[in-house]
Each structure stands twice: as structure tokens, then as C-alpha cells.
Design a protein around this ligand. Structure first.
Ligand code: ADP
Length: 296
């Protein structure tokens, strides 16, 4: 069986709030599946229901062919990482991981390998409280890896980090996926950064899955052009006359283009304006966010 996780028509309510409505998702071995959506979309609830940590109101959940709500052994091969990991504050990381390794009856030889893999070599004698936010997340990933799981589920593992560290942690998940052949599920509210590392993107909003696909299918050829110029109102008018939908924010012009042909027309229009003497300081194509994908 290729599907390690099967979620079918799952519904979850908290009182009057429907947090998940008929959600279905399959995760195959070796995939990196991103669950992307704004705050309140239902990502954490989906993760908790998938792990069997919350009772669902309807639908089916199978992990390795077992229902984790009724059979917790389904979770044995899953490592879970949360947004703000909490490990013992004052215990050196190496000591903590040694305890964890013993609990799972694993060979102590894999502790060093895991520490090297997550990039904590040289910091193993520091306590959790002495680590930076990124290093704490690495320690949490080490904790999850010590048990030699087959699946890693990470709930917003980068939301507490700065942009540089976010990308480094995402790179680490990619490395773990390749080197350890682990299946990974990551939730995030930031689409562009997760596109790079995922094999499948699931877009959620208001408790529903709105789109599922490979990163290229999700983004298609949508791109957003950010134009910096001296007089946004003139460029805005020209672009709108040519059928573009234009937003001006903070002195920048944002234009959405849905295909390569439109992007080319846009670039030509801007180039014409530059030739006519308009001062354009820069034009960048940026990856679309969740809202642009959903509108597109
Ligand atoms: P996300 O992880 O995408 O931010 P959540 O799964 O945390 O979304 O929340 C989905 C919806 O369920 C939101 O409307 C949220 O307010 C609600 N919710 C989440 N947890 C609880 C709870 N324990 N009790 C009541 N409502 C909750």
C-alpha cells in the first residue's frame, strides 16, 4: 500500500465552530506534503485529528492502515514537531537525546548522527534554554528523529523564526526527506517559501481543502510583479487601460499576471513607459501568496 495516511471526508466541530468540513487527503510514502492556509483555516485541527489526538465528528482516518484515535500504536512511527517546541529547559541537549534514545530502545550510536544531521554539532552540551529559536527547532527535530520514525508531522515549524532561519529549517526537512527517506507533512501560513520544498501542496481555508496539487500546478504561471517608480498613478492608468488588475501599496505597484504572455505584455508596456521618460526604478516578479492563488 502506497498511502501511509488516508483522511476521508473528515469533519470536526468545536461547539458551533466547524473547524474541518469534509476534508480528504492522502499522503504517499516519500512525499513532502504542505498544508497551507491562513490562521484559523483548520491546519492544526487537521493535524491533531490525523494523529488521533482529537475525536472527529465524522469521516475516516487511517495511518499505516490503523485508526489512530482507537489504536494509538498507529502513531508509533510518527515524529511530531510543534511551532514552539518545549523540551526540558536546563538539561543539555545531548543528555536529553540520550534519555529519549533509551526510552525508544535505540542504539546510542545514532545520537551523534542525528545531532550532525540537524546541524547542532558543537551545541550538544548547551541546555534548551541557551539555544536560539532556530536551534530549538533543530533540537525538536532531533528529538523526533531519535525514535527513527517513518513520518514527520510538523505544525507551523517555521512561524516563530526569522526569514533566513525559516528557509534553513525548510532545507533541513528537505534533507531529512532525501537522506532518511522520510515522509513529511508541514503546515504553514506562508505559501511562497514552502513551494520550494514540497512535492504536494494542500491549500486550506475555513475548514475546507480548496486546492491540492504539485507546486507548479498550484502556482501555474501566476506571478506578481512589483514595480517601483516615481509616479505610480501614471503607470497604474496605462496598465489598467491594457486590462491589468493593479494595486498600489506603499508607493509600489503590484500587478498579477496569470500567464507568461501577459507577463511579457506587462514588461513591454513598462519598457515603453521608460522610453517615454517615466522613471521606473525596479521591477521584480514575486511568488504569489495564498490569496492570489485562491482568487486565481
Ligand atoms: P489553524 O491551525 O489553521 O490556524 P486551527 O485548526 O487552530 O486553525 O483552528 C480552526 C478553527 O477552529 C478556528 O476557527 C479556531 O478558532 C477553532 N478552534 C481551534 N481550536 C479550538 C478549540 N480548542 N476550541 C474551540 N475552537 C477552536
Amino acid at each position: 500500500m502506497d498511502d501511509l495516511i488516508v483522511i476521508e471526508n473528515v469533519t470536526k466541530r468545536y461547539g458551533k465552530t466547524t473547524a474541518l468540513s469534509n476534508v480528504s487527503l492522502k499522503v504517499k510514502k516519500g512525499e513532502i506534503v504542505a498544508i497551507v492556509g491562513p490562521n484559523g483555516a483548520g491546519k492544526s485541527t487537521l493535524i491533531k485529528v490525523s494523529l488521533g489526538l482529537l475525536r472527529r465528528d465524522g469521516g475516516k482516518v487511517l495511518i499505516f492502515n490503523k485508526d489512530p484515535f482507537y489504536d494509538p500504536s498507529a502513531r508509533e512511527k510518527i515524529g511530531v514537531i510543534f511551532e514552539r517546541p518545549s523540551l526540558p529547559i536546563s538539561m543539555p541537549i545531548i543528555e536529553f537525546l540520550t534519555h529519549v534514545s533509551k526510552i525508544y530502545n535505540k542504539s546510542p550510536s545514532n545520537i551523534k548522527e542525528v545531532i550532525d544531521l540537524v546541524g547542532l554539532a558543537g551545541n550538544e552540551n548547551k541546555a534548551f534554554s541557551q539555544l536560539s529559536a532556530g536551534q530549538r527547532q533543530r533540537a525538536a527535530i532531533a528529538h523526533a528523529l531519535i525514535a527513527e520514525p517513518e513520518i514527520i508531522i510538523a505544525d507551523e515549524p517555521t512561524s516563530n523564526l526569522d526569514p533566513v532561519e525559516r528557509n534553513k529549517i525548510l532545507d533541513l526537512f528537505l534533507k531529512i526527506n532525501k537522506e532518511k527517506d522520510l515522509t513529511i507533512i508541514i503546515s504553514s501560513h506562508v505559501l511562497p517559501e514552502i513551494l520550494r520544498v514540497s512535492s504536494k501542496i494542500t491549500i486550506m481555508k475555513s475548514g475546507k481543502i480548496l486546492k491540492v496539487g504539485e507546486p507548479d500546478d498550484i502556482v501555474k504561471n501566476i506571478s506578481i510583479a512589483r514595480i517601483r517608480c516615481k509616479d505610480p498613478s501614471i503607470i497604474k492608468e496605462i496598465l489598467e487601460k491594457n486590462g491589468f488588475y493593479v494595486n498600489v501599496e506603499g508607493g509600489n505597484i503590484y500587478v498579477k499576471t496569470e500567464d507568461n504572455e501577459k507577463t511579457s505584455i506587462l514588461l513591454n508596456l513598462i519598457s515603453d513607459q521608460v522610453k517615454k521618460g517615466q522613471q521606473v526604478y525596479g521591477i521584480e516578479l514575486i511568488e504569489p501568496g495564498i490569496e492570489e492563488i485562491l482568487e486565481g
